[in-house]
Design a binder for this molecule. Structure first.
Ligand SMILES: [Zn+2]
Length: 279
């Protein structure tokens, strides 16, 4: 989206040589140029729009273990992440503004209405196995894949996209160009979502998985659903309740998004980076 990178700006500034006898105009022109470019860059960077989707809300509390409630924890992390992004001139919209119920469809509509560049959904995990722990990054499963559902054992199963099977059936007519184009676009989206997850994994050690979550399948931009930890694990439960850890998670997600967006913009949306879809 940004057509004029900060790096290119620096090279122009460094390479702009004015003969010494013309120093006076440079004294005026250089600050003016910097001022104009800072306004231009601010406007451009603001054009990068990120949707933060704090899971659950209102009567839908998500996982609840003792004092730890998923909808509250992910909302607090989302707010901290929004603050960091806005301080760095990103445009940010949250799919819910308070402890309220918002349908999955509405969350996807927020992304579409805002012409988002990225969609980040935040959840906290839970399992009957009290030993289960760690962070998980979910990306959309490929449309023709049917081998992923068993890999997901969690309370968020109700968030799955129920229309997957119908989509698979309708994809049998390969002559339908619209479907093929849509499939290709989805594959590019999945690949970019994988790169996004890979950036996140560099900051927050975790596992990358695929699942047909509604908000991942229905959004049209690179998207990831982050399970920030298991509330069913006693130690992670306590940690996720602390403001310190919530800020740390927000900071690390922020750093990853910043790197991902910079790569996307400054390297022409390159998909050359090696990253494999988990099996
Ligand atoms: Zn959840």
């Amino acid at each position: 989206m940004i057509s004029f990178s900060r790096f290119r700006l620096n090279s122009i500034l460094i390479n702009s040589k004015v003969p010494s006898k013309n120093r006076f105009p440079q004294i005026i022109i250089r600050p003016l140029f910097l001022l104009l470019m800072s306004v231009f860059l601010k406007t451009s960077v603001n054009a990068y729009t990120i949707i933060i989707d704090p899971g659950h809300g209102g009567n839908d509390k998500g996982a609840v273990y003792g004092p730890a409630q998923e909808s509250h924890i992910v909302f607090d992390i989302s707010k901290a992440l929004k603050k960091l992004l806005e301080e760095n001139h990103y445009t940010v919209t949250m799919t819910r503004q308070k402890d309220q119920f918002v349908s999955l469809q509405k969350r996807v509509e927020v992304s579409q209405n805002q012409s988002a560049d990225l969609f980040v959904s935040l959840h906290a995990n839970a399992s009957e196995d009290k030993r289960a722990r760690g962070i998980e990054f979910f990306l959309q499963a490929p449309q023709n894949s049917n081998s992923f559902v068993h890999k997901v054992s969690k309370t968020d199963s109700m968030l799955f996209n129920n229309s997957i099977e119908n989509e698979q059936a309708s994809l049998s007519k390969k002559e339908d160009i619209k479907k093929i184009v849509s499939e290709l676009a989805q594959n590019i989206k999945i690949k970019r979502s994988l790169l996004l997850s890979s950036q996140l994994k560099k900051e927050l050690p975790g596992v990358i998985k695929q699942a047909p979550f509604y908000v991942l399948t229905k959004t049209e931009v690179p998207s990831v659903l982050i399970e920030v930890g298991f509330l069913s694990h006693p130690k992670e439960n306590k940690k996720l309740l602390t403001k310190t850890y919530q800020s740390e998670v927000a900071q690390k997600i922020f750093s990853s998004l910043q790197r991902f967006s910079a790569k996307s913009e400054f390297q022409g949306n390159s998909l050359d980076e090696k990253a494999e879809i988990p099996r």
